[in-house]
Design a protein around this ligand. Structure first.
Ligand code: UD1
Ligand code: CA
Length: 515
């Protein structure tokens, strides 16, 4: 089965998708971190076709540039003004090599849960049964809107009738055409040339190929797929959310089967390209988005959103928002941390509560533990950035970079006015505004000398509770001074006790305890 390869896969994505009620083309809406058409392309690529064509028309340029980005090797085919799935496939065949032979698969750009596995199954069944057409069918509770499958007495497919063209009796049939097919390319070409537009919608129907093949005595086989999600298309935003939730359920389950521990699958969102190492624990309300990779034995969440972020083995990331960040093995981030693009935290480093970082390379074992803005900075191994430090990287015109050397110590509430270099093994005193470089081993202090002005509260805040507190404290101090004096006198009375024991008085002990 694995050496079966289709000659081509044609992905249909030219439809308008009016029911989406959106400025964004339907196939560019995303679930699981990928557009609908990217899901379709990924499944198609999984069959390793010689050619992959995507047929587009509605919002042509937007869809084309997206498809080019997702799959640069895909052939972009423009459908002309003739409408219908049959015309779409015909346009694709014109764009593919004339001498193409073998099997062509047709899929839809708006059916995101279809997997390469099912397509491979379809292909294998098609070749094994030596059919001219094999189509995926599904039996639905409510088949309204779909093309119905009319079966032959021998179980083959006689024809497909669209909802709008069907009789009352035919509408009662619950087996529907999913729109996913395997065709012998020669049969497909010839039959399409015969298909007209004489139907309720005035379109060139791909489904008419089935009837034409049958009249020629060729074999058309149904391939019944029981997992209905695989063939469900997105037509509106309700379906988008429904399929998004189901895709997520599947991705979370896959992550658990591969060794992740997901505490609450219902509130965990994992995009299609995310990988999670064994025994990493994903706590509730966590979103792992884009190309995020999580190592083994990490703790992620609760309440964490990581996008395109790499987390090393054994790291812990709690209540954190991060994008395009790299978190080293054994590092710790959060709670309440905001890691913006370009943040890199070395092994066993720490980014703590209420810290925002951006374009910051923080070395191994370095710590930025509390209340800091760290933008455009390189911080050496083991450096400690005190609480409330601000890297002032923007002067209103340009952004500048700061270097902090290894094992240096920046005291709390300092502001470093970039560009600056703080040498390895240096200190910045708490509350400093660093406006010139600091050399290795130096202590930088930029604080003004402290002055204490006597009697200021009595003069300027008289009558307030503050003044009363000051008076009470002054009175207590005076009393204590007196007591200490008396104690000293009494002790003096008893100098040189005959046994040489240390003299104590109950009163002195009490005063000491009361402090
Ligand atoms: C089609 C099938 C129907 C099947 C259903 C399954 C036909 C005539 N009918 O119906 O039997 O049950 O799909 O969902 O094929 N597209 C183009 N160009 C077009 C028209 C459509 O590329 O001119 C693409 C759309 O973007 C979409 C797919 O083909 O990806 C299906 O189109 P849609 O209009 O949804 O087909 P249905 O009428 O629902
Ligand atoms: Ca449809």
């Amino acid at each position: 089965m694995s050496d079966l390869r289709p000659a081509a896969v044609i992905v249909l994505a030219a439809g308008e998708g009016t029911r989406m009620k959106s400025k964004t083309p339907k196939v560019l809406h995303t679930i699981g971190g990928r557009s609908l058409v990217a899901h379709a392309i990924s499944a198609a690529r999984g069959t390793e076709p010689e050619h992959l064509a995507v047929v587009i028309r509605h919002q042509r340029d937007r869809v084309a540039s997206h498809v080019e980005q997702v799959d640069p090797d895909a052939i972009i085919v423009d459908q002309d003004e003739t409408a219908g799935t049959g015309r779409a496939v015909e346009c694709a065949l014109h764009a593919l090599p004339e001498n193409l032979s073998g099997t062509v698969l047709v899929t839809y750009g708006d059916v995101p849960l279809l997997t390469a596995d099912v397509l491979r199954g379809l292909l294998a069944d098609h070749e094994q049964s030596q059919s001219s057409v094999t189509l995926i069918t599904a039996t639905l509770e409510d088949p309204t809107g779909y093309g119905r499958v009319l079966r032959d007495p021998d179980g083959g497919v006689a024809a497909i009738v669209e909802q709008k063209d069907a009789t009352e009796q035919q509408r009662a049939i619950r087996e529907v055409n999913s729109g996913i097919y395997a065709f012998d390319v020669a049969v497909l070409r010839e039959a399409l040339a015969e298909v007209g537009t004489d139907n309720a919608q005035g379109e060139k129907y791909l489904t008419d190929v089935v009837g034409i093949a049958r009249t020629r005595g060729l074999r058309v086989t149904p391939y019944l797929v029981e997992d209905l999600w695989q063939t469900e298309g997105v037509n509106d935003k309700v379906q988008l959310a429904r399929l998004g939730a189901e895709l997520n359920r599947r991705l979370v389950e896959q992550a658990m089967r591969q060794g992740a521990i997901v505490v609450d699958p219902a509130t965990t969102w994992i995009d299609a390209d995310v990988t999670i190492g064994q025994d990493s624990v994903i706590q509730p309300n966590t979103q792992l988005l884009g190309a995020t990779t999580i190592g083994a034995e990490c703790t992620i969440g609760p309440d964490t959103t990581l996008k395109d972020t790499e987390v090393g083995d054994g790291a812990s990331v709690i209540r954190t928002q991060a994008e395009l960040a790299e978190i080293g093995p054994g590092a710790s981030v959060g709670p309440f941390s905001f890691l913006r693009p370009g943040t890199k935290l070395g092994a066993k480093g720490k980014i703590g509560g209420f810290v925002e970082t951006k374009n910051a390379d923080i070395g191994p074992e370095a710590k930025v533990p509390h209340l800091t803005y760290c933008g455009d900075a390189t911080i050496g191994e083991g450096a400690n950035i005190g609480a409330g430090t601000i890297f002032a990287n923007f002067d209103g015109l340009t952004k500048s970079h700061t270097h902090v050397g290894a094992w240096s110590f920046v005291g709390s509430n300092s502001v470093i006015v970039a560009p600056k270099t703080i040498g390895a093994g240096s200190y910045v005193a708490a509350g400093s505004a660093v406006v010139s470089d600091v050399g290795p081993g130096q202590l930088a202090v930029t604080r003004a000398q402290q002055r204490n002005i006597d009697g200021w509260v009595a003069r300027r805040r008289s009558g307030t509770k503050t003044e009363k507190a000051a008076q009470a404290a002054a009175a207590a101090d005076a009393e204590e001074a007196l007591a200490t004096e008396e104690g000293a006198v009494r002790e003096g009375d008893r100098l040189d006790p005959p046994d040489g024991a240390t003299p104590t008085t109950p009163q002195a002990t009490e005063t000491k305890d009361a402090r």
